[in-house]
Design a protein around this ligand. Structure first.
Ligand code: CP
Length: 331
């Protein structure tokens, strides 16, 4: 810990910026972007309670049209930690419930001279569409079944820190569960490709999207085979709110076939870690005893890294060193 946290962060950043104004897909992120985001995230993580004034005078709105605990809380707290003025709206409390569309909603918010709008919604593609029309940076907090890029960023940081490495070359990540309905999977698989991991997925056939192998991964119906020697065991939630329980006989049977138990975890490598994006359905996706207290579980470390990654992103997207302005199409 150095005496001057601001100076520490500014030294790391120097004159570097990320190559995007908005973030709606991991495909926008280059290796240089990733290196910068992770260096800044690690530094922010070292100053958990320090209040930075990097984004003083900047405002952000968290527009969450789907429920959230982790993503909403961590974006809001990160903004406050950087001295931003933050506000949150939800589907139930916003004028969306009176029939206003997403575009008019964000054009309205943009008129308040916001720097950032964080959006979560049920429909895929909404953040990307919005980004074309508003001056604020749009950050996707998850869109439908498509992507959840900041979740993948925090997951990647958690894995790299565990293996003390800059990439995942030679490491095997086994993703288990409801691949089909998962935006977490959509971003994670893209990030794991960038980090050069070997990717396995284990799921009932009904949870595997057509052509999933095109991502260059290996599919398994047997979770035991997929876990054999894995370095990361990444469990996904059965997304009942997206109709996922219509694709399996019962949750109980799913848990019996695919739930991560101690016995199954022991099939992975000795230093393997257990991850889950949350919210966890205890005793369905992961057996209860493994969730928070087991030393292999990195679930709460993922949560902690969420704050660090979101602070780094909010800082670089609010204050571009080169002063470039976004080009937008006005409606
Ligand atoms: N992982 C995740 O997106 O959790 P929340 O839905 O609680 O934000």
């Amino acid at each position: 810990m150095v005496d001057n946290p601001e100076k520490d962060l500014l030294n790391i950043r120097a004159d570097r910026d990320v190559g995007f104004f908005d973030l709606f897909s991991i495909e926008q992120i280059s290796n240089d972007d990733l290196a910068l985001i992770y260096q800044l995230s690690r530094a922010f993580r070292g100053y958990k309670t320090y209040k930075f004034d990097f984004n003083k005078g900047c405002s952000m709105v968290n527009a969450f049209f789907e429920h959230s605990t982790r993503t909403l809380a961590s974006f809001d707290l990160s903004g406050k930690n950087l001295s931003m003025d933050t506000n949150s709206i939800s589907g139930n409390s916003s004028s969306i419930s009176k029939g206003e569309g997403y575009l008019d909603t964000v054009l309205t918010l943009d008129a308040y001279n916001l720097k950032t709008i964080v959006i979560r919604c049920r429909e895929a593609g909404v953040p990307e569409m919005m980004a074309r029309h508003v001056r604020a940076s749009i950050i996707s907090a998850g869109d439908g079944w498509h992507e959840h890029p900041t979740q993948a960023l925090l997951d990647g940081l958690t894995m790299l820190d565990h293996f003390k490495s800059d990439d995942l070359n030679g490491k095997t990540v086994t993703i288990v569960g409801d691949i089909m309905h998962s935006r977490v999977f959509g971003s994670l698989v893209r990030l794991l490709k960038l980090l050069k991991a070997n990717i396995r997925v284990a799921a009932p056939e009904t949870f595997l999207p057509a052509h999933v192998e095109n991502y260059g991964l290996k599919t398994f119906y047997s979770v035991e085979d997929a876990l054999d020697g894995a370095d990361v065991v990444y469990a996904l939630r059965v997304q009942e709110e997206r109709g996922a329980n219509g694709f399996i006989p019962t949750l109980r049977e799913y848990s019996k076939m695919y739930g991560i138990s101690r016995k199954r975890m022991d099939l992975a490598a000795k230093d393997a870690i257990l991850m889950h994006p949350g919210p966890v359905r205890r005793d369905i996706d992961v057996h209860s005893a493994l969730v928070a207290v087991d030393e292999q579980s990195h679930i709460l470390r993922q949560v902690e890294n969420g704050m660090a990654v979101r602070k780094a992103l909010l800082w670089v997207l609010c204050s571009r060193c080169d002063g470039k302005e976004k080009e937008v199409t006005l409606q």
